[in-house]
Design a protein. Structure first.
Length: 177
């Protein structure tokens, strides 16, 4: 069964997530602080990370961005769980700025968290989370990117999330604007 790292300094939230995940058969690794989470990740590689945005020592946003920039950890799906809300674009901004795969606002329904986990783990197992360089829009002239992909990838193009297959990549590598 997949392993999930739960990182939250709110013990009630952390315990709720841990208990719910264990009841579904997941192996759970937990941490309450940023440095503790990073240390545990060096000893074990979780299949998915549930990450509170506002942690002591190191913010969850910073941890997420660091993971997504790392060759070793970038393919691990990260769900940011946050009580910080600054507008309707917040979730999209967090995904674009920090590389989070999903954003869940507190308070949340545990069934929603479990469903997002299920989808992300499925995508991860299919190789759909490979995190190539993100493209927010096609540059002038249409040259999108030159990265060769041998398996399907999930990526952001023009602020929309897409699953790109290798044969489709050849078609979109040059699109006139």
């Amino acid at each position: 069964m997949p392993s999930i790292m739960v990182i939250d300094d709110d013990y009630a939230v952390k315990n709720l997530l841990e208990d719910s995940l264990k009841a579904k058969g997941y192996t759970v690794i937990s941490a309450s602080r940023g440095r503790e989470a990073i240390q545990k990740m060096q000893n074990t590689r979780p299949d998915l990370i549930l990450l509170d945005a506002m942690l002591p020592e190191i913010h969850g946003f910073t941890i997420c961005k660091t993971l997504k920039q790392s060759e070793k950890y970038r393919a691990i799906p990260v769900i940011i769980i946050t009580a910080v809300y600054t507008g309707w674009r917040f979730a999209l901004d967090v995904k674009e700025q920090y590389g989070a795969d999903e954003v869940i606002e507190k308070p949340f329904l545990i069934k929603d968290v479990l469903e997002k986990i299920k989808v992300l783990l499925r995508d991860s197992n299919l190789g759909l989370i490979c995190m190539p360089k993100k493209i927010s829009a096609f540059p002038k002239g249409g040259r999108a990117f030159a990265k060769t992909v041998s398996k399907p990838c999930r990526m952001t193009l023009s602020r929309k999330h897409w699953i790109i297959l290798p044969r489709e990549l050849k078609l979109i590598s040059f699109i006139p604007c």
